[in-house]
Design a protein around this ligand. Structure first.
Ligand code: HEM
Length: 530
């Protein structure tokens, strides 16, 4: 009888008949899930608030709102929701941090809580998942690797140069490459009357890091090197904060051209480095350490006899550090120089002021040196303004929380992916007057004689705290010496009727559109410093 009753009051749905029992069971399951979710939500410590943020759609979250310029969208959202907010990409929550004080609080004062890296799909293809920079490790092994990379980098940059009059190895390498660039640009101007400086700058910058890492330099038409370094941001498009495939797993199974290029590029990069490492192993001589690769191999040998080391790193974890250094060392510095050239041709009056400063302080008899940096405040202010205005690293590499924590009164769970919005800080109206105006003067003291240190420290380019870039000083020295060597002898302009487009294209490092209309004029010739 009961069965008959049930049949009588059953409903007819599109999939067939749904019984009252099924409806009751479904309702019970729904209530149970709601209760479980609520009980999780109630675990919030009483004195802490829930993270604010935009609502988002089911399954896709806020991915559509992010659009093609996530740094701009998230800056706008931070004005509504504050310096600490949560968005969702797909179903995955992401913490977005803005505001200089909040960044300092999270990355410096609470450094341990925010120093992790998230497990992102695309990062698994970088250095076969062994990268110190992109892999999820942030414990003792990461700490030991970072220390080792820092020490090797230091030895092969600031050590005195044995075979030249340069004050250190870095100065020797950059001077040589910058001299080459001057000649190359003059030759291109002679032959073609206009050129795109990017592909020449990238090889020169790559040669500096190659000299430090591998003790070798490449020709400007070396196809193997060019195919890896002369990119239109194929790496940065995928490794950028907010790449949907990193957050929405189903996208990882759909064919993607960008992802295929990214994987190929990483493979080619690893093969390139592995080949050089192999050559180093076969010619290794512990009494003659030639470069960073040799010094890492030496460390592998030494650790085998040093039983007392607190962390035992595998040989692979040591030697792959050269991938991190080589990878981080060319794209960032090339992008910075390339933006500098774009600003110089966009603002010729600023270029003129740099020329005047160089003529006054260095003159025409000798080449610039690293030690000139403190005496060229306008040039230094220009570089700072290039960093600030372009904010070409709009976000740091994504971070991740290592434990449950609190920030600005909000509860923050463990393993939450964190985007650090450097662009927002560099364009924050509370910190900068007319942030969209390009003005090196904002970094000078009132008498124009020095860089205002308090202002310069507000610029966010290299991250902060435990994950702060380890190549910051080297990068800044390189940019300074490349630029001053080029500008001492050359004046850059754009062909009449053309305009440099300085709209950034979003990525891990934001690039501008390539410009083929550069022209130069030789100001004078300086005799070789050698
Ligand atoms: C203008 C040049 C450069 C800029 C703007 C830059 C910027 C950055 C930024 C924003 C980060 C991420 C920080 C974070 O996640 O919080 C980073 C990390 C890193 N940078 Fe740089 N960088 C530059 C040059 C270099 C150079 C020349 C090297 C080495 C040769 C280098 C090596 C690294 C490494 C190894 C990391 C990873 C650190 C870690 O995860 O612990 N960078 N850099």
């Amino acid at each position: 009888r009961a069965l008959k009753m049930e049949a009588a009051i059953s409903l007819v749905g599109s999939q067939g008949i749904i019984s009252v029992t099924e409806i009751l069971v479904a309702s019970a399951v729904f209530c149970l899930i709601s209760l479980v979710i609520r009980s999780f939500r109630q675990q919030l410590p009483q004195e802490l608030k829930r993270l604010p943020g935009p609502r988002g759609y089911p399954l896709i979250g806020n991915v559509l709102e992010l659009g093609s310029n996530p740094h701009l969208t998230l800056t706008r959202m931070s004005q509504e929701y504050g310096d600490v907010m949560q968005i969702r990409i797909g179903t995955r929550p992401v913490l977005v941090l803005s505001g200089l004080d909040t960044l300092k609080q999270a990355l410096v004062k609470q450094a341990e809580d925010f120093m992790g890296r998230p497990d992102l799909y695309s990062f698994r293809f970088i250095a076969d998942g062994q990268s110190m920079t992109f892999s999820t490790d942030s414990g003792e092994v990461w700490r030991a690797r970072r220390k080792l990379a820092q020490s090797a980098l230091k030895t092969f940059s600031v050590s005195p140069s044995p075979n030249s009059s340069s004050t250190c190895l870095l100065e020797e390498h950059v001077s040589k490459e910058a001299d080459y660039l001057v000649k190359k640009f003059l030759q291109l101007m002679e032959e073609k009357k206009r050129f795109d400086p990017y592909q020449y700058v990238v090889v020169s910058v790559a040669n500096v890091i190659c000299a430090m890492c591998f003790g070798k330099r490449y020709d400007h038409d070396d196809q193997e090197l060019l195919s890896m370094v002369n990119l239109n941001n194929e790496f940065g498009d995928v490794a950028a904060s907010g790449n949907p495939a990193d957050f929405i797993p189903v996208l990882q199974y759909l064919p993607s051209r960008a992802m295929k290029i990214f994987k190929d590029l990483n493979k080619r990069f690893d093969t390139f480095v592995q080949k050089i490492v192999k050559e180093h192993y076969s010619s290794f001589d512990k009494d003659h350490i030639r470069d960073i690769t040799d010094s890492l191999i030496e460390h592998c040998e030494e650790k085998k006899v040093d039983e007392s080391a607190s962390v035992q790193l595998s040989d692979e974890k040591i030697v792959t550090l050269v991938n991190d250094l080589f990878g981080a060392g060319f794209d960032t510095v090339t992008t910075a120089l390339s933006w500098s050239l774009m600003y110089l041709v966009t603002y010729p009056e600023i270029q003129k002021k740099i020329h005047e400063e160089l003529d006054r302080i260095i003159g025409r008899e000798r080449r610039p040196r690293l030690s000139d940096r403190l005496t060229l405040p306008y040039t230094e202010a220009f570089i700072l303004e290039m960093f600030r205005h372009s904010s070409f690293l709009p976000f740091t590499i994504p971070h991740c929380t290592t434990k449950p924590t609190a920030l600005n009164g909000y509860f923050i769970p463990k393993d939450l992916c964190v985007f650090v919005n450097q662009w927002q800080v560099n364009h924050d109206e509370k910190l900068w007057k007319d942030p969209s105006t390009f003005s090196p003067e904002r970094f000078l003291t009132i008498d124009g004689m020095e860089v205002n240190r308090a202002e310069s420290e507000k610029v966010m380019t290299f991250g902060l705290g435990k994950r702060r870039c380890i190549g910051e000083n080297i990068g800044k020295w390189e940019i300074f010496l490349f630029l001053t060597t080029l500008l001492q002898q050359l004046e850059f302009s754009i062909r009449d009727g053309e305009k440099a487009d300085i709209t950034p294209q979003y990525g891990l490092t934001m690039k501008h559109k390539r410009c083929e209309h550069f022209q130069i004029q030789q100001r004078f010739e300086v005799k070789s410093s050698e």
